[in-house]
Design a binder for this molecule. Structure first.
Ligand code: GDP
Length: 212
């Protein structure tokens, strides 16, 4: 079964966020970490733009994710601007504080944050700060190690080093290139969708699958 992603809106101001509805999955990570590639791999379509221009996206982009035959979105994917890239000008990090922090702190429909780190790069200060921030605001989050195919035989030790540096229980490896980790991430996201799905909307009971 294929899911149907569709772009909803882009916003650089909390006042333009869509009204809270379906549970939201936020995608966070340093610029160039492979966030757009991961979103596209999960959605099975060119949803987010990939680019080699780090720090370009400075809006929050909302995508509706529907299952076939269902009128309302089951999830929203929320693509947050990349952080922590040295070439990003100061005013851009100020923008982050202006609309990303409030989103993470106050958004009632935010159900899960996926924190992306590069499997082949040691944890950076900005990654640790993000994890710390999410703990502080008591958000549910999972750390995902992207580009896992590049780590080769060092993957296991790289994941362990990241896990320790970030002080988390588990790191989920992911590769947009090979599809590694895609099913596991979808399993997690489906559980989020079900958990917060309103009573009247859950009767159909159809099983949800990622695109294959
Ligand atoms: P973003 O800036 O975080 O959205 O990153 P992109 O998705 O644009 O990816 C940045 C670069 O990493 C691009 O050149 C991608 O082709 C590459 N990339 C992303 N995901 C993977 C992956 O799983 N494996 C490999 N080998 N390269 C990847």
């Amino acid at each position: 079964m294929r899911i149907h992603p569709s772009f909803l809106l882009s916003s650089s101001d909390a006042r333009q966020f869509p009204p809270p509805g379906a549970p939201e999955i936020a995608f966070l990570g340093r610029s160039n970490v492979g966030k757009s590639s991961l979103i596209n791999a999960l959605a099975g379509a060119k949803t987010a733009k990939t680019s080699n221009l780090p720090g370009r996206t400075q809006t929050i982009n909302f995508f509706e994710i529907r299952w076939p035959g269902r009128p309302n979105p089951e999830l929203l994917f929320v693509d947050l601007p990349g952080y922590g890239f040295a070439r990003v000008p100061r005013e851009v990090s100020a923008q982050w504080q202006k609309f990303v922090d409030p989103y993470l702190t106050h958004r009632s429909s935010l159900s899960l944050c996926l924190c992306l780190v590069d499997a082949s790069v040691p944890a950076q200060k900005s990654d640790a700060q993000l994890v710390e921030f999410l703990r502080h605001v008591e958000r549910r989050f999972v750390v995902v190690a992207t580009k896992a195919d590049r780590a080769g035989s060092r993957l296991h030790s790289a994941l362990e080093a990241l896990r320790q540096a970030l002080g988390v229980e588990k790191i989920m490896p992911f590769s947009a290139k090979t599809g590694l980790g895609k099913d596991e991430l979808w399993k997690l996201m489906r559980s989020v969708a079900k958990r917060t799905m309103p009573e009247q909307d859950s009767g159909e009971g159809g099983s949800l699958e990622s695109t294959g």
